[in-house]
Write a protein that binds this ligand. Structure first.
Ligand SMILES: [Zn+2]
Length: 153
């Protein structure tokens, strides 16, 4: 028996849609662009073959993956999904730099706070000496250098 409503694949290929059509559950007639896109990139027979080779539980995910890859390949014929992956990697790298910068600022303010606490513990008379301690100023120099690297990568 044939499906009363043909799936998007069978409709596009102008063929009868059998009841056990492998495309029907994943390429509904209400969304013909999804099948057209996948057919354009992979070919209808390859899509059917790939779906038939998989256990039924994995077919929906495979159809979604093929659809996603095909849509991106149509949108960006050169890079496809890898273009998006590259963009996301760039965002990750940028966010990692921002995170490192924020952690550097936190470390700086913590060190500054510890310095102030130590100065208060030692009293007013030693405040002048504490501010001249070399490690604190070295940290500031390193932090400034680090910011300049991040602002001008
Ligand atoms: Zn069909």
């Amino acid at each position: 028996m044939a499906n009363p409503t043909r799936c998007a694949g069978c409709r596009y290929l102008r063929r009868r849609c059998p009841e056990d059509c492998v495309l029907a559950p994943y390429f509904l007639s209400s969304n013909p662009e999804r099948f057209i896109c996948v057919h354009r990139i992979f070919g209808a027979s390859n899509v059917s073959r790939m779906l038939m080779q998989l256990p039924v539980v994995h077919r929906a995910a495979a159809a979604d993956c093929m659809s996603y890859e095909a849509a991106n390949r149509v949108r960006d014929p050169v890079y496809g999904c890898t273009g998006i992956i590259y963009q996301l990697q760039q965002q990750i790298a940028m966010l990692e730099r921002e995170l490192a910068k924020a952690q550097g600022e936190i470390a700086f303010y913590n060190a500054q706070q510890q310095e102030m606490n130590r100065d208060q513990d030692q009293g007013e008379s030693s405040l002048f000496n504490a501010s001249q301690q070399q490690p604190f100023h070295l940290d500031q120099q390193l932090l400034l250098h680090y910011y300049q690297l991040n602002l001008n990568p």
